[in-house]
Design a protein around this ligand. Structure first.
Ligand SMILES: Nc1nc2c(c(=O)[nH]1)N[C@H]1C(S)=C(S)[C@@H](COP(=O)(O)O)O[C@H]1N2
Ligand SMILES: [Mo]
Length: 358
């Protein structure tokens, strides 16, 4: 098979998979693809499965390994083995993301990211060290002026295309699906509510009440937003199976906040959270709070929370399932015991760490 055919096949598949992968993973791209998110996800998954199947199943016919080049001391296997290894890692972790139980998916998310990074680096290395200089037929290293120019041209085209792609997709998706409202959830999230609709609580009437301390508090938005802030980036997992990788939340550290109000966690180790929807509640104890460092979150991926996702402030508990991350937070109480949370009353574990529940 010709050098060029072989490379084009890989390049087309990889290009498709890597670009759609970015669109699922990077917050700016995720936002840009907007309502196309589900389609992008299917192209990514479908393309990955096809590519993987072609490589594993029919590699001789579709993706023959490059010939050995004894002239430069390269044996056949060494040449491409790492690239194929990363590809297989990507495939296996991708399948793990699709089908495994949640702890497996949590691990698969990390492996998928790492192997993607490794593969991209491998491709870059491959491009830089091989393509521009290599003349397969004669086995010579050679950089012709034509090739150098072609590479330069390619780079000049590729850079703006890649940089402009999110905007382009945003324009396209905006044209095709004029959604208009900004209270919709971010792509990838399924915005649950256990009441009829999403409570719409404006910042100027919102209060965060804190009970159970020596004195009660009711912070308004101005007071709240002057508190010290922290940022976390996590993979958001719902117990029903969906995951949104690499989401950034901004807000106030719960532990620091309660301590600053004089909380004595030894006397009152339980904390209960109340939602402005009037129904949803949840609880954490001091050990969980110390270990997971929950956030009172008011920004997601660097913008204010959408109404559907808990505006103006929600709880975000890293490394625990989404049902611990109560939305439309309006009150916190500390005490010696806790009422069971909304989902805990319905059989879910209070300690919803990814690893504790299958
Ligand atoms: N008040 C309230 N908070 C809630 C829920 C809810 O129904 N009501 N659902 C929980 C569940 S099960 C998940 S997975 C996440 C979903 O977060 P999202 O709306 O940002 O997708 O919110 C959690 N917090
Ligand atoms: Mo959930």
């Amino acid at each position: 098979m010709r050098f060029r055919t072989r490379h084009w096949r890989h390049a087309m598949f990889l290009g498709l998979i890597v670009l759609t992968g970015f669109a699922l993973f990077l917050s700016s791209w995720r936002r840009a693809v907007g309502p196309l998110f589900a389609g992008v996800q299917w192209i990514h998954i479908g393309g990955g499965i096809l590519y993987g199947a072609a490589i594993i199943g029919w590699s001789k016919a579709f993706f023959p390994w490059p010939p050995a080049q004894p002239e430069i001391g390269l044996r056949r296997s060494r040449y491409a083995a790492w690239g194929y290894f990363f590809l297989v890692m990507l495939l296996v972790s991708g399948v793990g993301l699709l089908v495994g139980p949640s702890p497996t998916r949590a691990l698969a998310t990390v492996l998928h990211g790492l192997s993607a990074l490794a593969l991209v680096l491998w491709v870059l290395w491959h491009l830089l060290t091989r393509l521009p200089f290599w003349r397969e037929a004669s086995g010579e290293w050679h950089l012709s002026r034509r090739r150098a120019l072609r590479w330069l041209g390619g780079a000049l085209v590729a850079v703006p295309v890649v940089m402009g792609l999110p905007t382009l997709l945003k324009m396209l998706s905006g044209r095709m699906f004029a959604t208009g409202s900004n209270d919709g959830a971010l792509p990838g999230f399924v915005p649950y509510t256990v009441v009829n609709g999403f409570p719409d609580i404006p910042r100027n009437t919102w209060r965060l009440r804190v009970h159970g301390l020596d004195q009660s508090h009711a912070l308004d938005w101005t007071t709240y937003s002057a508190l010290p802030r922290r940022q976390v980036t996590i993979n958001f997992h719902c117990v029903t199976g969906w995951v949104v990788p690499h989401v950034t939340f901004d807000g106030v550290d719960l532990l620091d906040f309660l301590i600053s109000l004089g909380w004595d966690p030894v006397r009152k180790p339980w904390v209960t959270f109340y939602s402005g929807d009037g129904v949803y509640i949840d609880t954490l104890d001091i050990d969980q709070i110390r270990r997971y460092r929950p956030l009172l979150a008011d920004r997601i991926d660097h913008r204010p929370l959408p109404v559907a996702q808990g505006y103006p402030v929600r709880l975000l508990v890293p490394d625990m399932y989404g049902y611990k991350s109560l939305k439309w937070l309006v009150a916190i109480s500390v005490g010696t015991s806790a009422e069971p949370g909304f989902w805990e009353q319905r059989g879910y574990p209070q300690n919803a760490y990814f690893g504790s529940y299958v």
